[in-house]
Design a protein around this ligand. Structure first.
Ligand code: HMG
Ligand code: MG
Length: 306
């Protein structure tokens, strides 16, 4: 089996993780989290969302986060944008990359962004066009690629249709999200195969939630399918407010441990991410959901640098 030599991790903890926290997370903590993550070598950190604060109150201070983080020239800090109003806010905050998001199922689309799949594509086409015209990079997400909390099974052809539509709008990469963490490796491979029939594998990223504990196995399935970009969140933070029961993303530490063990380069310091995972778990008063991170921290500084 030939794996990619290098993998890019898109760290989504500050957005996908913190959007779902029960308690308000102080602005200082958000800013420090992003800055600490950037210092570990992560090349892409999703730092906030310009969505309606009525829908996702935890992201209401995203403009302030972007105003205060110490932006590194080599790091991308994408922000989620659901509509033109969000794009205006992202422009005002000086964001250089946005992520637009749709669902492969109508049920989740209606609950998450109050419109059908078809309507979401109509709404987002001018957003992508305006962002690209202004020189921003645009990433796309398709949710519910392995099942929907409202509609049940989701045909891979529907995932491919939405992924294609996003690529057609100019997204440089489309991230396929198992929003409720329900998929298993064979199913994930089938979905990737279906999407890859129309989209280059280099333009596909995978975004796994770890609800059923399949995150790392599904990353391996993605590698076997030639995927080389994975979204993950430090300490396994996360969930989606409109996907009941959904757990956090697969933990960045767990993904790094797998990748480095396979000899795949990431440019990320595993030990530094583990330290950050311990720090943010303490600050949020929650258990560290990363197995590899917890194991590393338990060795109290006896890390091997993987
Ligand atoms: P709507 O209620 O239909 O919107 O929601 P609207 O246009 O009718 O506006 C209603 C109110 O929201 C108005 O305020 C607008 O100003 C305001 P009011 O007049 O009532 O005071 N509003 C906004 N405020 C700030 N920023 C904006 C914005 N837009 C409208 N951009 C809408 C439609 C899309 C806005 C809403 O449904 C929404 O914001 N949804 C976002 C939900 C969300 O963020 N979910 C989590 C992220 S997706 C995810 O986690 C999945 C992912 O991780 C991948 C995976 O795991 O699969 C990406
Ligand atoms: Mg997600």
């Amino acid at each position: 089996m030939r794996f990619p030599e290098r993998v890019r991790i898109v760290e989504v903890g500050p957005r996908d993780g913190l959007q779902n926290e029960a308690a308000t997370v102080p602005l200082d903590v958000k800013v420090e989290l992003v800055d600490r993550l950037a210092a570990t070598g992560l090349a892409s950190i999703e730092a906030g969302a310009f969505v309606s604060p009525k829908w996702v109150p935890r992201m209401a201070d995203s403009a302030a986060v972007y105003g205060r983080i110490a932006r590194r020239p080599e790091t991308a800090y994408p922000a989620l944008v659901p509509n033109m109003q969000g794009l205006e806010a992202a422009f005002a905050a000086g964001v250089a990359e946005i992520a637009i998001f749709v669902s492969a199922s109508d049920g989740f689309s209606l609950k998450n962004i109050a419109c059908t799949r078809a309507e979401s594509l109509e709404r987002l086409a001018p957003v992508a066009e305006a962002a690209i015209a202004a020189g921003l990079r645009v990433r796309g997400y398709v949710s519910c690629i392995a099942g929907c909390p409202y509609d049940g099974d989701v045909p891979p052809a529907d995932v491919a249709m939405m992924a294609n539509a996003l690529a057609g709008m100019g997204c440089y990469e489309v991230s396929l999200g198992d929003t409720i963490g329900i998929g298993t490796a064979g199913q994930i491979r089938d979905v990737i195969d279906r999407v890859a029939a129309q989209l280059a594998r280099e333009a596909i990223a995978m975004h796994f939630h770890d609800t059923y504990g399949q995150g790392v196995a599904n990353v391996l399935a993605g590698l076997e399918e030639g995927i080389s970009v994975f979204d993950s969140s430090v300490a396994g933070l996360g969930g989606c407010p409109y996907a009941p029961g959904a757990r956090g993303n697969v933990a960045t530490e767990d993904v790094l441990y797998l990748l480095h063990g396979l000899g795949i380069e990431t440019g990320v310091d595993f030990g530094a991410v583990a330290e950050t995972g311990g720090w943010i778990s303490d600050r949020l008063g929650r258990a560290n959901a990363s197995r590899a991170g917890s194991a590393h921290l338990a060795k109290s500084g006896d890390g091997d640098g993987r």
